[in-house]
Every structure is written in structure tokens, then in C-alpha cells.
Design a protein around this ligand. Structure first.
Ligand SMILES: Cc1cc2nc3c(=O)[nH]c(=O)nc-3n(C[C@H](O)[C@H](O)[C@H](O)COP(=O)(O)O)c2cc1C
Length: 193
């Protein structure tokens, strides 16, 4: 897919069909995560690939909201990073998630980011962090922190690509904040708000 087409096609998919993820597609998606850049090239990010249906379903219960849909995914890629190794582990892990989502979109594989950092199961004194829940299931060492999980799978309902006209061109500034009105005329897809 042409890159401009790809950035429009990448959408969050939360409804998957029963098809197992093809090995060659999974490998390409993981390659994108492994090749993602990292601060000072310290590469603190590691990926745990979970395809076992029962475990994916348990991961989908790691936090109170926004993860249940993952029970229907063919695969969950759990994105952890060695937070003792790099102070940019959050950014590094986020870049890896994004790279994998673009790779998935390119292959017509549906994907969705499932945020875990700062998320909990339950409320108040009873709350347990998503990280503790996922660590209990997957047994990664304490020095690793959990950023997110990426739900992956094929879908019969791929969301339509987003148009540039659905974005806010006013959030791009040229030369200084609020600058750039003259440029708007050059881009017919731009919308001023
Ligand atoms: C940092 C981040 C955290 C997200 N966390 C979740 C989540 O926990 N559950 C979920 O269903 N979607 C999650 N999403 C997906 C967003 O809801 C989605 O990207 C947004 O609504 C825009 O839709 P689109 O991805 O189709 O363009 C997350 C996205 C980002 C970038």
C-alpha cells in the first residue's frame, strides 16, 4: 500500500472474525515492532506474542474498560520495556505499537491499541493495576513495565479509511503558533476551524 493510503487506512479494529493469524503476517507485524526506533538506540522494548485463546481472553480482563473486545482477537502482542534501561521506554514502546499497527493495516490485518500503563481493574482500594494482572499471567521480570497490548486479527468489518478533511488543519502551525494561513490555500484538503 502507498504510504499516504496506509496512514488513512489504519483504523482501530475491535471486531474480529475467527481466522487464525497467518504466520507470515504475524512475522511482518513483529518485524515492524522490532525495527522501530528507540531513544539512544537502547532498544528496551520486548514483545510477548499470545495466541492461546484462553490467555488472550484472560488478558482482555486485565483492566476495567477498553479491553474486553480483545477476547475475540486472534492474537495479542504485549508490549513491555525495560524501564531501568531507558528513560524513554514509554516513547519507545509507543513507537513500536504504532509501527506494528501500520504494518498490520498494510496487510489488511485489523489492530487496536489496548492501553495498560496507568490502567486498573476495579476501583479504589480494591484496584489492581493492569500491569500486575498481565505480569501474573505472563511472568515478565519486575524491571519491565507494561505499556500496552496490541489486539490483532482479521475482520469482516474493516472501518473506512479516514479522510484528511476529518482532521483539524488548524492544529498544524507554520513558523509560529497560529501561523500558516497563507499555506491553507495550497492544500485543497485542508479545513480551517
Ligand atoms: C495511547 C492510546 C491508547 C488507546 N487505548 C485504547 C484502549 O485501551 N482500548 C481501545 O479500545 N482503544 C484504544 N485506543 C484506540 C483509540 O480509541 C483510537 O485510536 C481512536 O479512537 C481513533 O480511532 P482510529 O484508531 O480508528 O483512528 C488507544 C489509542 C491510543 C493512541
Amino acid at each position: 500500500m502507498d504510504f499516504q493510503e496506509l496512514v488513512r487506512a489504519r483504523r482501530s479494529v475491535r471486531k474480529f472474525n475467527d481466522e487464525k493469524l497467518r504466520e507470515e503476517d504475524l512475522e511482518k507485524i513483529l518485524a515492524a515492532g522490532r525495527l522501530a526506533p528507540s531513544g539512544k538506540n537502547l532498544r528496551p522494548v520486548e514483545l510477548i506474542v499470545v495466541e492461546d485463546k484462553d490467555t488472550v481472553a484472560k488478558l482482555a480482563k486485565a483492566k476495567s474498560a477498553g479491553a474486553a473486545f480483545m477476547a475475540g482477537a486472534a492474537c495479542a502482542v504485549v508490549v513491555i520495556a525495560d524501564s531501568e534501561r531507558s528513560d524513554t521506554w514509554i516513547e519507545d514502546a509507543a513507537v513500536a505499537v504504532t509501527a506494528m499497527q501500520f504494518a498490520a493495516a498494510d496487510l489488511n490485518v485489523g489492530s487496536c491499541w489496548v492501553q495498560c500503563r496507568g490502567r486498573y481493574l476495579g476501583e479504589g482500594d480494591e484496584a489492581v493495576s493492569a500491569e500486575d494482572n498481565v505480569r501474573a499471567l505472563l511472568r515478565f521480570p519486575e524491571r519491565f513495565s507494561l505499556l500496552a497490548m496490541v489486539a490483532l486479527g482479521y475482520t469482516d468489518a474493516m472501518p473506512r479509511p479516514r479522510g484528511l478533511d476529518e482532521t483539524d488543519a488548524g492544529k498544524v502551525h507554520f513558523e509560529c503558533y497560529g501561523g500558516g494561513k497563507a499555506r491553507a490555500a495550497l492544500d485543497p484538503e485542508r479545513k480551517r476551524v
